[in-house]
Design a protein around this ligand. Structure first.
Ligand SMILES: Nc1ncnc2c1ncn2[C@@H]1O[C@H](COP(=O)(O)OP(=O)(O)OP(=O)(O)O)[C@@H](O)[C@H]1O
Ligand SMILES: [Mg+2]
Length: 476
């Protein structure tokens, strides 16, 4: 973590300005009491919400399959209703076709890990079910995932809601890491949210136990590219909970920007996207970086100029620029936290416990508030699958519009005897449509300068390759 920033934070906070210091001790005490009462009220409300978690269906009762809500690497996910109790569940069908050697080992690992977990911010696996030669994992049902929620402009969060979602994600991670479990596939579509605004970590397909004392080799081909930390991109095979914390940092920024921040096309481009935003890593920011296996090999991907061809300055200049660009969304304490989570050197990266103890959660106003009233208003259910479908529909409409416009302009030109270009009625809109189509396909990340003000395109990130599918570096 960046140390020694405390003094700067103290000076920045409005409650420490001269005028507020003039409050009488009595008034200060009253303000403290009000703050404490508000906090207690919020905690009571949270406890009540957590206690109202959906009930479990009776073991082994039948389920009526409703809609499909997910299509993952590992199988389809369906919404279903328990026949007797009416409880909603999610059925995750385990894909067996390609398994010559019996039950897939990754699914076995996922089940074993999930059975050992019980936390309000971790999805509950109720039971397993075999039906018509298919095996299903039966989960509590959550109406949305973060990817679907953030892609829906009708769902608007206030700062206190974002703080609550971030807190819930970090509480889930803190619990996992205490139990010695790495998630290794943190991303919006793996963070489920229910209609009470409770967030839960899901998809433990890449999770595994890790030894906190290190020395153990794991594969570095994990974590969906956009959320993968630099040490894995540089081939590290000995790692711990910090790999999840980088992803938490990327998602934290995404909660504000509502779009993924580092949208690389491949590993090299991913490094470029990260350094374009956070600046190059120098030995001052990451002392042992040159010890990473692929450092020499792909060093050229981290040049001293950014993607816009501008020369990158010192670490301080880069971090100051990051703060300037992102201060349109993030408060000073939120910026501090983002930078602590996105610390290049994994040894200095904030742990989940440190992040939860940061001034962003403990001191800065407003306090976190579960976005229950936001979700009460939400029409429909929003998973990545729905947002992906909506995106495809928009893309098809845009392509049809281009085709229409092209046909129209061909006709116009044919009718225009002197052949001079006449901006037909479609002329202006072609450019606009082109932008829409370009947006769909673009996987560019935020660039330094003012481009950061432009809303980022939302595209589906290249999924984390499953360890079984890839030649692995290091043992899994
Ligand atoms: N318990 C649940 N309640 C509601 N929806 C769920 C639940 N579990 C999963 N989903 C939906 O199904 C999608 C796919 O599920 P999951 O991530 O577990 O599968 P996967 O095959 O491992 O996915 P991927 O490989 O794409 O990450 C999720 O992104 C989510 O939208
Ligand atoms: Mg998933």
């Amino acid at each position: 973590m960046h140390r020694g920033r405390g003094a700067e934070r103290e000076a920045d906070r409005p409650e420490n300005s001269g005028s507020e210091r003039a409050l009488s001790p009595e008034l200060e005490a009253t303000a403290e009491e009000i703050k404490a009462a508000k906090k207690a009220e919020q905690e009571d409300a949270e406890r009540a919400l957590y206690a109202s978690a959906p009930k479990k269906a009776h073991p082994c009762e039948g389920y009526v399959r409703l809609d499909q809500v997910g299509e993952g690497t590992y199988g389809q996910v369906f919404k279903a209703r328990a026949e007797n109790t009416g409880v909603l569940v999610a059925l995750k069908k385990i894909r067996m076709e390609s398994e010559k050697d019996g039950f897939p080992i990754t699914a076995l690992r996922e089940i074993k890990i999930l059975q050992a977990l019980r936390h309000p911010n971790v999805v509950r696996l109720h039971e397993m079910m075999v039906s018509k030669a298919s095996v299903y994992m039966i989960f509590e049902y959550l109406e949305h995932d973060l990817n679907g929620v953030l892609a829906n402009p009708a769902i608007e969060f206030k700062l206190q809601h974002i703080k609550s979602l971030a807190k819930q994600m970090l509480e889930g991670l803190e619990y996992l890491h205490k139990k010695g479990i790495l998630h290794r596939d943190l991303k919006g579509s793996n963070l489920l949210v229910n209609s009470n605004g409770l967030l839960k970590l899901a998809d433990f397909g890449l999770a595994r136990l890790y030894a906190k004392r290190r020395g153990e080799d794991h594969t570095n081909r994990v974590i969906t590219l956009w959320y993968r930390p630099l040490e894995l991109l540089y081939g590290a095979t000995q790692y711990g909970a910090e790999v999840d914390m980088w992803g938490a940092g990327a998602i934290f920024l995404e909660l504000f920007a509502r779009k993924p921040i580092f949208q690389g096309n491949d590993e090299i481009h991913q490094i470029q996207c990260i350094t374009d935003i956070l600046g190059p890593f120098t030995s001052e920011r990451w002392a042992d970086v040159d010890e990473l296996p692929w450092f020499g090999l792909i060093q050229s991907a981290a040049p001293e100029v950014n993607g816009n061809g501008q020369k990158c300055g010192s670490a301080e200049e880069n971090l100051a620029r990051f703060r300037r660009v992102f201060s349109k969304w993030l408060s000073p304490a939120a910026l501090d936290l983002a930078l602590d989570l996105l610390h290049y050197d994994p040894q200095g990266r904030a742990t989940a416990a440190e992040a939860l103890a940061s001034p962003y959660f403990t001191e800065e106003e407003p306090p976190p508030q579960i976005p229950i009233e936001v979700f009460r208003e939400v029409q429909g259910e929003w998973h990545e699958l729905e947002s992906r479908k909506a995106r495809r529909k928009r893309a098809a409409a845009a392509e049809a519009a281009i085709q229409n416009a092209n046909e129209h302009s061909t006709n116009t030109n044919m009718n225009n005897n002197n052949g001079a270009s006449v901006p037909g009625p479609g002329g202006a809109s072609v450019g606009q449509v082109m932008v829409a189509v370009g947006d769909r396909d673009a996987a560019s990340s935020i660039q330094w300068t003012d481009a950061a003000a432009v809303p980022l395109p939302l595209v589906v990130p290249p999924s984390a390759p499953r360890p079984d599918d890839l030649p692995s570096v290091g043992r899994d």
